[in-house]
Design a protein around this ligand. Structure first.
Ligand code: BGC
Length: 741
């Protein structure tokens, strides 16, 4: 037992040892370093048009592409200077080989950028981003991105296609797993943390990579949640909820931005001048480069806004897109477009400048192989402190949704029946977009159990993820009958969410729910471990299970993290970053809805509601239980300087018997505005650890910006009037106080 506790402390110790990962980084837009401009111009002056266009071209290698590979023979393209950047190309042997072609065999010797989707880890896989967001732990999230960058840059990469900051209010859309959930304010903070993590202290360091904010813009709101679908909404709504996360990432210094597949207000993002040249460059003063998403310029032909690919390229360049990902359009048509006067030399030069600046910034001209150090590659991958950080964040990402009969934490010596299609799995648990993650490095839930507290674990799979074969039920039921507690791991496969992973149903796939309900009928306590990439609608399980843990896909350290929580080594503190609906029919569903003229009233038919279901979700945004409990005092508000700043204080008490962490959330409602305002909006949170019986006074400050919105005339600012300030442990259970400004 002593030894057990000691072993379980190791990750925490390693984490403290590795604290040098993070120094405070000052948030600011990317600005080219001194001296770079002269070097860029000198180089540009010597380049031919073809070489310039090559710098605006990005091709995938034939390794792990996410769409149709349009061109092969990329090595020849590098040699001729026709392709200046590659993606899906990593590990230093491979990278070195190709970089050598670029710097030794081309006329201009310009090094290549190597991009990759390093989304939640490179080799050490962290929880999927939606899971990380559930930790509400910005420091741990930044560290996750830092570790990812340390490993990725040790594998030859210098550019990640992350963070993805698309707001997701519709769980049918598969890519909600890649983002930070439904809330704009939380999304902004997480976007900043991720940019800082990837880009490190400064670009040019050997462990810093270019971040790429994606997918600009509005990609998270496709109609019906259907992937690649049209996006259309008022500019007010767009600016209020969807744009701020991209802006936050840009203002945190992100060096590059990726366009999105969707159209917005009738114009595809990759040809949308209003978005790129207007909002991104002019309004936000973005000075990095813009890359398209995978063949998204070509797709503007299908969108029906251009007659052919040549015209698509012109629309993109004129909108402000610098680099063409995989489409080959700039390479094939830009010269002709220039001849015809459809684009100008000035535009091409400017795009090339933006790309070259960042190549200089990274230090590639000084040492094109700076990310190719074999010793570093060997040491970095799955380093013990990386695994420790992954385990730490995996534990923090788990959300306790239900815990009856105090079944959790499990008690020492209890006989456990471990059941379910994901209980003994590894490949699904590293999730979608798992970088260079290897399933064999992942600790399965079953493996996490083996050393755990001397419990006897009997394993029976029960059924597969997506089948109708019930032949495994009998063994699972028998195991349950012989156990004290049933632990069942169910959910989705990694490819059921992520890109092109939209679902029309939000229940558990296959016969998994049936299996859970059969197990519940045995009368044994049933602990359901959910592993999934989106909010699910599982009302029957919510009603019948004894306990439920939302564990998303937790990555390499899954099994250790879950058993840490099951046995109370770690008291769960995660809070949902997205609302969990009761039914897919409630979708889109989010906490910051508007009141309407006929707000919900269960007793009145003629109000804004469904006749067959309450409006309320299964579990609201911000929700998550602990093995202890917390109480909140009435919040107090004090006005400061000129009425612009508010200080809100509240006392939070650990009213239970165990130490635990609580995420105290602050919401604001503007009661009367020149336009309708949401019933509440998150404007702050604090995550605190409290000992049993301990009370802590928390102080929140609200600035004028926190209370600002797009007013009737679309100016951004505040309005005098009455505000409601709410504080609580989730978006529904709050204490309120009013203030007039
Ligand atoms: C995705 C992007 C990704 C790119 C490169 C696209 O299909 O939408 O998010 O970065 O592929 O892999």
């Amino acid at each position: 037992m002593q030894k057990m506790i000691y072993l379980r402390l190791i990750p925490t110790l390693l984490l403290f040892l590795s604290i040098q990962f993070l120094d405070p980084i000052v948030a600011q837009n990317y600005r080219p370093s001194k001296g770079i401009e002269a070097r860029v111009n000198a180089l540009l002056a010597k380049m031919t048009l073809d070489e310039k266009i090559g710098q605006l071209t990005l091709y995938t290698t034939d390794w792990g592409s996410t769409g149709p590979t349009i061109r092969e023979g990329y090595k020849n393209d590098i040699r001729s200077g026709a392709c200046g950047n590659l993606f899906n190309c990593h590990t230093i042997g491979f990278v070195h080989d190709l970089q050598k072609v670029a710097v030794e065999e081309t006329r201009m010797k310009i090094p290549l950028l190597f991009g990759y989707d390093v989304i939640h880890g490179y080799k050490t896989i962290f929880p999927i981003p939606l899971g990380e967001a559930a930790s509400w732990d910005l420091e741990a999230i930044e560290k996750s991105a830092r570790v990812a960058a340390i490993e990725a840059t040790a594998a030859g990469l210098n550019w990640t296609f992350a963070p993805m900051v698309d707001i997701g209010r519709d769980p049918r859309w598969g890519r909600v797993m890649e983002g930070a959930g439904e809330d704009t304010w939380l999304g902004c903070r997480i976007a900043e943390a991720r940019v800082h993590g990837f880009q490190g202290k400064k670009l040019g360091d050997t462990d810093a990579m270019l971040a790429c904010v994606k997918h600009f813009a509005g990609y998270g709101a496709p109609i019906g949640g259907r992937e690649y679908n049209t996006v259309d909404m008022s500019e007010r709504y767009f600016r209020e909820y969807y744009l701020p996360t991209y802006e936050a990432a840009v203002k945190a210094g992100a060096a590059t931005v990726m366009t999105s597949f969707n159209d917005y207000d009738g114009v595809p993002a990759s040809g949308n001048k209003y978005l790129i040249d207007g909002i991104l460059r002019k309004e936000w003063d973005f000075q990095g480069f813009v890359v398209t998403d995978y063949t998204s310029t070509n797709e503007m032909v299908n969108h029906g806004v251009v007659v052919d690919e040549k015209e698509a390229g012109e629309l993109s360049l004129n909108a402000g897109v610098d680099m063409d990902m995989q489409g080959g359009i700039y390479q094939r048509f830009l010269k002709q477009s220039l001849k015809e006067g459809k684009v100008s030399t000035k535009q091409i030069n400017e795009a090339v400048r933006r790309v070259l600046r960042l190549k200089f910034e990274l230090g590639l001209f000084e040492d094109p192989y700076k990310f190719c150090n074999a010793d570093r590659e060997k040491k970095a991958m799955l380093a013990p402190e990386h695994r420790a950080a992954a385990r730490d964040l995996a534990r923090k990402s788990i959300v306790l949704l239900k815990n009856e009969q105090q079944v959790l934490p499990l008690k020492k010596g209890q006989k456990i029946a471990l059941i379910g299609p994901l209980a003994d799995n590894k490949s699904e648990l590293i999730g979608n977009w798992n970088g260079a993650g290897n399933a064999n490095d992942c600790v399965s839930l079953r493996e996490g159990f083996s050393p755990a507290q001397g419990s006897l674990v009997v394993y029976a799979k029960g059924c597969d993820l997506e089948v109708t074969d019930r032949s495994g039920f009998a063994a699972a039921l028998k195991a349950a009958q012989n156990a004290d507690v049933v632990v069942i791991a169910v959910g989705e496969g990694a490819m059921m969410s992520g890109e092109a992973g939209a679902r029309a149903e939000l229940g558990l796939p296959g016969i998994q729910e049936e299996l859970v309900l059969e197990l519940c009928k045995t009368g044994k306590p049933v602990v359901v471990i959910l592993m999934n990439g989106r909010p699910l609608a599982i009302p029957k399980i919510a009603e019948n299970a004894t306990a439920i843990l939302e564990t998303w896909w937790l990555g390499t350290e899954t099994g250790n993290a879950i058993t840490d929580v099951l046995y109370g080594v770690h008291n769960p503190s995660g809070k949902l970053p997205m609302t969990f609906p009761r039914s897919v029919g409630q979708v889109p569903i989010f906490y910051n809805y508007k009141n309407t003229g006929r707000p919900y009233d269960s007793n009145s038919k003629w109000t804004s509601k469904y006749i067959d279901m309450p409006n309320s979700p299964q579990w609201p945004f911000g929700f998550g239980l602990s093995y202890t409990s917390f109480g909140y005092s009435e919040p107090k508000v004090a006005l400061k300087s000129g009425g612009n700043l508010l200080t809100i204080t509240v006392n939070v008490t650990n009213t239970g018997k165990l130490p635990g962490e609580e995420v105290a959330q602050l919401y604001v409602r503007d009661l009367v505005g020149s336009v309708t305002r949401p019933v509440k909006e998150l404007k702050g949170f604090q995550k605190i650890m409290l000992q049993p019986g301990e009370t802590r006074e928390l102080k929140f400050i609200l600035t004028e910006k926190d209370l600002s919105f797009y007013r009737r005339d679309m100016t951004f600012g505040t309005e005098p009037g009455e505000y409601e300030i709410m504080i609580g442990g989730d978006s529904e259970t709050v204490k309120k106080v009013k203030v007039r400004l």
